[in-house]
Design a protein around this ligand. Structure first.
Ligand code: TMP
Length: 247
């Protein structure tokens, strides 16, 4: 069992955030809890916290090494990471390379359509409101970020997508879409926050043509497909294999 010293600052659906001695740092614990549809569906998946923590750390390091600012500092242990303490901006920024999920439920766009350029969308982060999609004007009206911060969020999201898409392509995985969250650190700098894992990304296995079999992300839980942990393990396995070649 990990020994966590600081007080609990915040508990979300998939993570707990603890204070550290250094006021600009926090310790983030990745939980095994899984939720979908704004927490209407809940379960506990043994091993998910460890996998998401390790996958997120590797992906934050990849982005940082490409000059993308994130809140990640260092891995503490299997389910815990040190991160910068930030003020979270209540927005979910989704970028889509291939049409699926809510885009296909809510529009006539066919499942699997390649989106060129990728589609970037803002959602308001609030489970009670069902994380509603925002129009440009509603985003402006909410005044959660300045126009220049919005431009920076869009640039960081697009650059991250280019880096991650190319990286996963080299692992024989299609990066279908993903969601990022942002925050401001103690210096007021905009950084990617939260996590980057199969909980908030969609991955399709390029070596499997079966539309359900190729899914290697939380859609296995959302759609009751089974094999959730095996899918997450597969993502980590491919990342670790790549890291072992790189070192
Ligand atoms: P969507 O197609 O359901 O809108 O999801 C788009 C992407 O965002 C997908 O990679 C899953 C991720 N996502 C979250 O991380 N949290 C959420 O609450 C939702 C709805 C989607």
């Amino acid at each position: 069992m990990n020994h966590i010293q600081g007080s609990l600052l915040y508990e979300g659906k998939a993570k707990r955030v603890f204070a550290c001695e250094n006021p600009n740092r926090v310790l983030i614990e990745f939980k095994n809890d899984a939720t979908a549809f704004n927490a209407k569906k809940r379960s506990e998946i043994e091993g998910k916290g460890r996998l998401n923590c390790k996958i997120s750390s590797a992906l934050f390091e990849l982005l940082e090494s490409n000059g993308i600012p994130t809140h990640f500092l260092e891995l503490h242990s299997e389910t815990l990471m040190f991160a910068e303490k930030i003020n979270v901006i209540p927005l979910e920024v989704v970028i889509r390379n291939i049409a699926t999920g809510s885009l296909c439920r809510e529009t006539p766009i066919n499942e699997g359509t390649i989106l060129t350029p990728p589609l970037l969308e803002f959602y308001y982060k609030d489970d009670k409101l069902g994380d509603p999609i925002l129009t440009e004007r509603r985003l402006k009206l909410l005044d959660l970020i300045s126009p220049s911060q919005k431009e920076e969020v869009e640039n960081i999201t697009k650059r991250s997508n280019t880096i991650l898409k190319e990286y996963f392509d080299s692992l024989d995985l299609l990066l279908v879409d993903f969601k990022l969250e942002f925050g401001l650190n103690s210096l007021g700098k905009l950084v990617i926050a939260d996590e980057i894992s199969p909980d908030n990304c969609r991955f399709w296995d390029k070596t499997n043509s079966d539309p359900k079999g190729r899914i290697l992300d939380k859609d296995r839980f959302r759609q009751d497909l089974g094999g959730v942990i095996d899918a997450y393990e597969e993502i980590l396995k491919r990342i670790e294999k790549d890291l072992s070649h790189a070192s």
